[in-house]
Design a protein around this ligand. Structure first.
Ligand SMILES: Cc1ncc(COP(=O)(O)O)c(C=O)c1O
Length: 406
């Protein structure tokens, strides 16, 4: 759809609004399924943050199995919303949240909590014993690559070796004893963020674009060997693993070749925010965005929109700002960027059409894309769902359901 058809579609709607183009969402889902071959895919909730959208994707294909959550409270909430098979991908020491998850486990839901240290196990064990349940946990293994002078990866789990994994497994095993309740190792997760979440053809980052593909090629066989050897060591030590989770949107093709991995996590590729435009291997459709109104015309070559300062998390950089998407030919003003309550846009340098041809007037919509996927939903209560050029439905975001977990 172009600017005219999107504008027609949302005519009369109160702005700002956030939208998901369901046709594009489904095209992305289809493309992701194709890339994954026959590996099951676990849907990453943090990159969607809407129960309705998660449910639509789970219904789209049987290959989408289960949800990867970001907080035990969220998993308990999703269980309450009728979802099941919930893997919490980040450890928590919050007793009330762990208790909510353990209660859902006791009620028959499959919720798996993340651990990477004895302290996590102890904390979950105490709650599980109080609740009277065997709480399944997943052990996270570090997948980063260390080269002298370069740390290629993220700071997550301290477990880097099979020996460390087996000693944590032995701690987990000992929680099942005299008292009713405890902790059971159910799976392993190794998330190669440096492959899945780092683009390799970023604008104006020539050195990085040269180094990153090389680092990825170096890192993939190394991390694969580590994941395989940890899983092997745990199984030889007696662990009965139900699943081994790995990967993310940007690593589907390499993760699926790891023989130890039984499921791949995927989230961002569905909305495909602009951070995911810069990968050599794929390009998904821009399925989600937000719309601001032009509220001012401060001078020749500029329009100013109301709202828009939705900056993405992570290392600070210009690329974390949202990007004007439609109509084409606008860019953020370097001095002001995307502002707290207003966002000036200027005609892009070198844009072919003269400003007049774009012809935006006060009240007109401007379509933007967020840098990251799920964070958009922290700014809006609902998503307008577009299909075939018209509004098909609306659905609530987590925020719209009064939920903010982190
Ligand atoms: C554990 C884990 N797996 C997978 C992903 C990938 O998610 P996405 O496909 O949204 O990039 C993430 C994202 O941070 C993650 O933390």
């Amino acid at each position: 759809m172009n600017y005219q058809s999107y504008s027609q579609c949302i005519k009369g709607q109160q702005l700002p609004l956030a939208y998901v183009d369901l046709d594009m969402l489904e095209q992305n889902a289809q493309a992701i399924l194709q890339r994954a071959g026959n590996k099951p895919l676990r849907i990453v909730s943090k990159s969607l943050r809407s129960v309705d959208v998660i449910k639509r994707l789970l219904a789209f294909s049987d290959q989408f199995q289960g949800v990867m959550c970001f907080h035990p409270d969220e998993a308990a909430f999703l269980a309450d919303q009728g979802l099941d098979d919930l893997l919490v991908a980040y450890p928590s020491m919050q007793v009330a949240a762990i208790e909510a998850a353990c209660n859902a486990t006791k009620a028959g839901k499959t919720i798996v909590l993340m651990v990477d240290s004895a302290a996590h196990v102890k904390c979950i064990d105490e709650v599980a014993k109080r609740v009277g349940v065997i709480q399944p946990v997943c052990m996270e293994v570090d997948m980063s690559t260390r080269i002298p002078g370069v740390y290629f990866g993220v700071r997550r789990s301290p477990i880097t070796k099979p020996k460390q994994a087996v000693s944590l497994y032995n701690i987990i095993r000992k929680t099942n004893g005299v008292k009713k309740g405890g902790v059971r190792l159910d799976g392993v997760m190794g998330y190669e963020a440096q492959i899945a979440g780092v683009g390799d053809k970023l604008p104006d980052k020539h050195l990085q674009n040269f180094a990153v593909p090389w680092l990825k090629r170096y890192s993939i066989p190394q991390l694969t060997r580590r994941r395989v050897s940890v899983v092997d060591a745990l199984e030889r030590a007696g662990a009965k693993l139900r699943f081994v989770n790995g990967g993310g949107t940007g690593s589907i093709c390499s993760t699926k070749n790891d023989p130890s991995v039984t499921e791949i996590a995927v989230g961002s590729g569905f909305y495909s925010p602009h951070l995911f435009d810069y990968y050599n291997e794929f390009r998904y459709q821009p399925a989600a965005g937000f719309v601001l109104e032009v509220s001012r015309a401060p001078g020749k070559g500029y329009v100013t929109c109301s709202g828009g300062g939705y900056i993405a998390s992570g290392g600070v950089g210009r690329e974390k700002s949202p990007k004007p998407y439609l109509p084409e030919g606008f860019e953020l003003d370097e001095n002001e960027g995307a502002g707290e309550v207003q966002t000036p846009l200027k005609v892009s340098t070198g844009f072919a059409k003269p400003f007049k041809a774009i012809n935006l007037t006060l009240g007109d919509p401007v379509f933007f894309r967020h840098c990251k996927a799920g964070e958009l939903c922290e700014r809006f209560n609902e998503l307008v769902l577009i299909r075939n050029g018209s509004i098909d439905a609306r659905c609530l975001t987590y925020r719209g359901q009064g939920k903010s977990f982190i």
